[in-house]
Design a protein around this ligand. Sequence first.
Ligand code: PMP
Length: 306
Amino acid sequence: PISPVDEIWMDGEFVPWNEAQIHVLTPTLHYGWGVFEGIRAYETEEGAAVFMHRAHMERLHRSAKILQMDVPFSVDDLMQAARELIRRSRLLSCYIRPLVYLGYGEMGLNPMPSNVRVAIAIWPWGTYLGDEGLQHGVDAKVSSWVRIGANMIPTGTKACGVYINSSLAKVEALQAGYDEAILLNEHGEVAEGSGENVFIVRDGALLTPPLAAGVLKGLTREAVIEFAGDLGIPFAETRLLRQDLYTADEAFYTGTAAEVVPIRSVDGREIGAPGLITKRVQDTFFDTVAGREPRYRHMLDVVGAG
Ligand code: PMP
């Protein structure tokens, strides 16, 4: 459940939380034609700081471009709006959800990309897969749902409709008693979690599926790849099969909501307690977002006094 914050930013205005409503015939609600982002702000010594802020807003713009939606606000406008929203809320850490959708007007399957609306909501959101999972690892299930192909709906976008695929996998995993899903693509290769990228460690090297496997270019994934380089951990993008998950020395998820979460088993095959490489990457991540890693200061956008 979301603990309400006072306001939601809608098309340039700060609207009271309970009044942030849209018409039931908003096309995006019917057909999923919209794009969104998931961003986190963390508490640092300098106050709230948004992790990879510009990169997230840029990805939002790219997602919109793929769906031929003209976002009526620039990346800088959106960053400004999110910062202002955080300042006004006085939250020190929060989740940030920008949404680009089609406003009320015309119905039908030919969306009206001219009637584009933007909202940004923020709310306090604790660890997505639980504190216990963050510390000891989560149990993953390879989904019976196949990750949607890039020529079905562009998987490089955070398009609203794509998330039916993710939700089906997440619900199936939870109903079967697991914490999270891992989806394979149409070729049977490992793609990603329902809202996370997947990494494994094999023989001391960090491996993750290439973008061509149909995965989202996760920004946490990008950060982790940068950390690995600096930590001297060998890294490669490589196609992975289901059996590679079962025999991995270590495995973890990365994502804005999930952060860096160890995977302790896949389909009941034990991987074990979080390993050394997972821990080093995880520590670097949490030090970075808390502003304790001067080297990665460029990944943070301090909200400041405005
Ligand atoms: N894959 C999918 C399908 C996602 O929804 C997300 C979350 N945005 C990710 C991966 C991880 O991306 P990021 O690290 O940018 O949050």
